[in-house]
Design a binder for this molecule. Structure first.
Ligand SMILES: C[S@@+](CC[C@H](N)C(=O)[O-])C[C@H]1O[C@@H](n2cnc3c(N)ncnc32)[C@H](O)[C@@H]1O
Length: 246
């Protein structure tokens, strides 16, 4: 598998969600690194004829939350090589810039938004705020490293997605938080109830993640282990995902 930061469960979820989002438009990935998620998205959307994949990343690991480049100055060469090896290079529109630079010229509808760039609160919130206006009804938003130890990404997912009636069905798979953009009926009781239930443990994990910058220890580790299982984050059943997002 292409090197990168996505578990097999998360990769499975990402590809399924991109395949099933019942909407037309582009698939935007913010944060590609060496292309692990890009390859999955490009493959599934090519096979099903589901819009271009745009991959935005300056490839310099600029955020404090980014992976280490291990002595290199860029992940770009590995990224391109991995796309070519996987046979999906032609499918991906590469944008070697910051997400805020791309946002300045963005005009297209988005059917699938994958946020895996800057995981600080400011960075993750800006990514959602900048591209939310382009989501089409039915689009799916997925954010990586939400159910982990990145306080910022988790806070944005709880406050801007789970707490918002613009979104309908929602859930977790691995550390991914996902939701379907449904301004037409996101406030329906069945969606609100589910989002509120998910937000209970997720909100409790925000201070836990804040204190975990040097790893999980002692009482904080106990709280993490207490609250995380209460936010269901296993494999998402495909029939369920198809039915709930249709
Ligand atoms: C966790 S990695 C992405 C992992 C990748 N999705 C995978 O599947 O392996 C985060 C990436 O976000 C990029 N990044 C950080 N800040 C960014 C920004 N403002 N706009 C776009 N990309 C950004 C970094 O350069 C880094 O490559």
């Amino acid at each position: 598998m292409t090197s990168g930061y996505l578990s097999e469960r998360e990769a499975r979820f990402l590809m399924a969600a991109a395949a099933l989002a019942p909407a037309q438009g582009k698939n935007l990935e913010i944060g590609s690194f060496k292309g692990r998620s890009t390859v999955g998205l490009a493959y599934v959307t090519r096979e099903l004829g589901l819009g271009t994949v745009v991959a935005v990343d300056p490839h310099t690991a600029p955020a404090t939350t980014d992976p280490d480049l291990r002595g290199k100055t860029s992940s770009y060469d590995d990224f391109v090589a991995n796309l070519r090896t996987a046979g999906v290079f032609e499918r991906v529109e590469i944008q070697r810039v910051y997400s805020h630079e791309l946002a300045r010229e963005w005009k297209d509808s988005i059917r699938f938004l994958w946020i895996d760039g800057d995981h600080t609160y400011e960075g993750a919130k800006a990514d959602l705020d900048m591209f939310k206006p382009y989501l089409v009804d039915g689009a799916i938003v997925a954010m990586h490293d939400v159910l982990g130890t990145f306080e910022g990404a988790l806070r944005v997912f709880v406050e801007e997605v789970l707490d918002s009636d613009d979104f309908g069905p929602a859930g977790f798979s691995g550390s991914i938080g996902w939701a379907q953009y449904r301004p037409r009926d996101g406030k329906a009781a069945r969606f609100r109830r589910r989002r509120r239930l998910l937000a209970i443990p997720a909100r409790q994990l925000i201070p836990v993640a804040r204190r975990a910058d040097r790893g999980l220890h002692g009482w904080n580790k106990f709280l993490y282990k207490l609250w995380r299982p209460l936010a269901p984050h296993g494999d998402v059943n495909l029939k369920y995902l198809a039915a709930v997002t249709s």
